[in-house]
Design a protein around this ligand. Structure first.
Ligand SMILES: [Zn+2]
Length: 560
């Protein structure tokens, strides 16, 4: 996950407190509570973290021997628990390729308008990646068209493209989605419509040649330096299929965009103001450009790992609850100040794998099988851009319309028990009520995403499931730590992000306190069980951005 809410503090609570029982939840029978207490323990969580984050596992970089070892470990654990292989021909693994693309863009990118010629400087003014997986890409005399937010959202009666033919054009787009009126979209909350991946995808579907997103710090949520560092290097993708593709995906600074528009005689502020209306229509800018760049391509193979616990209800067993965590991390890379080159990924995401394993085991140990089937899924390539979950969503082992819910775990609390829990997915589906009930039974307050403008919901594997219409439960750590003053948790979390997140220092050590992770994994497990038992599948809240995808998935089932 891109940014985690985590921090560091020493073990404060006693071992006795670690064994505190899950409080009684009215809808959950004793046997299920008992399994949660018996199988979700410090030992069950710490052992897999120790193995997966050890030096021997070399940071689990995709395509490496360490990656294969991690997968074999996860598969063996599931097999040992009595799960069956999840994929075709009795396979525990679903292999796929990751394509690496290293592009060489020109130092200067020239544009010709009726008023002037403008040159944009690589990194200072623009950043771009290739849209095509080929060694050389060219755009010849393409015209720039300003398309406002680049959003088509029928449920919000919004369509920036109208009926304008944008084939072969380069679309210049604003970031984010309209956020000044809660009645227009979702207020300050960033939706999928507000993300760069949506915007490039939509531009491609318009048969555009390229797209330029205008960077401003408020609309992106991060400064230009973040664009430079996360887009400047090698990009990773699933192998190209039959989907529409842009030739070039770019970002430009606000100042650079202003110059581009001036070259065509347009004023950025006026165009931005016009784009705030449903009546906005694309504006051809009379600015043209040609550009050629080269790509170095590479390919590695990795795989998702999955095991199924068949449901006990003859009818509902055809439906599945997917419990997921990504198993990959960054492998071996640049050394830190202490010379450590192994990106251990202990919190991110050996701890998520450990939680899924413990939950899978607890659910398998119940005297009665859960009614719906359960898929324990360890996805690959999350750190490369949600690639494993994306591949699974395109090739699901159950039809999308039969996937009741995804419960995804990315990271874990290593700081102790909390009086609260954060539900990143809050407000999106009927899973909210299940999570609230279980949190209440644990005596915890359930809080929504504390940074709604950052779009955490779209930054881990549950997002791939949402795109095929599957609602998800996705928790983040609480921040109100037992026995700690207000503000302490957030401070620890920020410090951890600074010193450990996506660095070799994300490793297991004696400071870890598993009590909070136990709480959170029990919360996930009891929620998962309740979803497997409910008569009806969970549903998106009416009007949610992913409701249409669910309807489509259910219709596809009915049509079979
Ligand atoms: Zn990560």
């Amino acid at each position: 996950m891109a940014v985690r809410e985590l921090g560091r503090f020493g073990t404060v609570l006693t071992a006795a407190l670690a064994a505190v029982a899950v409080a009684r939840s009215p809808a959950v029978p004793d046997a299920v509570e008992h399994a949660a207490r018996t199988y979700i323990t410090r030992g069950a969580l710490e052992a897999p973290v120790r193995f997966l984050s050890s030096d021997l596992l070399e940071g689990r970089g995709p395509g490496t021997r360490a990656d294969r070892l991690a997968r074999l470990y996860l598969q063996s654990r599931l097999e040992d628990m009595g799960y069956s292989a999840a994929f075709a021909d009795g396979s525990w693994q679903q292999p796929f390729d990751i394509v690496g693309i290293k592009s060489q863009f020109p130092k200067s990118w020239s544009f010709q308008g009726k008023n002037a010629r403008v040159d944009l400087v690589w990194r200072d003014d623009y950043i771009a990646v290739s849209g095509l997986q080929s060694e050389s890409v060219a755009l010849d005399d393409a015209e720039l068209v300003f398309v406002g937010y680049g959003i088509q959202a029928p449920e919000y009666q919004w369509n920036d493209f109208k009926a304008v033919n944008l084939a072969g054009k380069i679309l210049v787009m604003m970031n984010n989605n309209p956020d000044w009126d809660p009645n227009l979209f979702a207020g300050k909350r960033r939706l999928y419509y507000g993300r760069w991946d949506y915007k490039y995808e939509r531009a491609a579907r318009q048969a555009a040649a390229g797209a330029i997103i205008i960077h401003t710090t408020p609309s992106a949520g991060y400064p230009w330096q973040v664009v430079q560092s996360s887009w400047g290097g090698e990009q990773f993708e699933l192998p190209a299929g039959s989907e529409a593709r842009l030739r070039l995906k770019a970002w430009a600074t606000e100042a650079a965009t202003r110059r581009l528009l001036q070259a065509g005689g347009y004023d950025l502020d006026k165009l931005l103001a016009a784009a705030r209306s449903r009546d906005f229509k694309p504006v051809p800018l009379g600015v043209h450009t040609s550009i050629t760049f080269t790509n170095k391509l590479s390919r590695v193979q990795t795989a998702n790992v999955g095991g199924v616990l068949p449901g006990g209800d003859p009818k509902l067993a055809a439906q599945v609850v997917v419990l997921s965590a990504h198993h990959d991390h960054f492998g071996i890379g640049e050394p830190d100040a202490g010379g450590d080159r192994i990106y251990h990924g202990a919190v991110d995401n050996a701890s998520g794998c450990a939680q899924v394993l413990a939950i899978a085991r607890a659910l398998a140990a119940l005297p009665q099988r859960p009614r719906r089937s359960l898929l324990a899924l360890f996805v690959a390539g999350e750190e490369r851009g949600l690639l494993g979950s994306g591949y699974y969503a395109q090739h699901p082992s159950f039809p999308a319309g039969r996937i009741a819910a995804n419960i995804n775990i990315d990271g874990g609390n290593i700081f102790g028990r909390t009086r609260d829990a954060t539900l990143i997915s809050m407000g999106k589906s009927s899973l909210d009520e299940i999570a609230a009930g279980v949190a209440k039974s644990q005596g915890r307050a359930l809080k929504p995403d504390q940074f709604p403008d950052r779009g955490y919901y779209y930054r881990s594997d549950q997002f791939a499931f949402a795109k095929i219409g599957v609602p998800a439960l996705f928790f983040a750590d609480g921040t109100d730590f037992v026995g700690r003053p207000a503000g302490w948790g957030r401070q620890q979390i920020e410090e951890w992000e600074l010193k450990n997140y996506h660095q070799p220092a994300d490793k297991l050590d004696g400071s870890w306190n598993f009590d909070g992770m136990i709480q959170d994994a029990q919360l996930d497990m009891l929620s998962a069980w309740l979803v497997t038992q409910a008569d009806a599948m969970p549903a998106w809240k009416p009007g949610d951005e992913f409701e249409a995808a669910r309807k489509q998935a259910l219709a596809a089932l009915a049509g079979k």
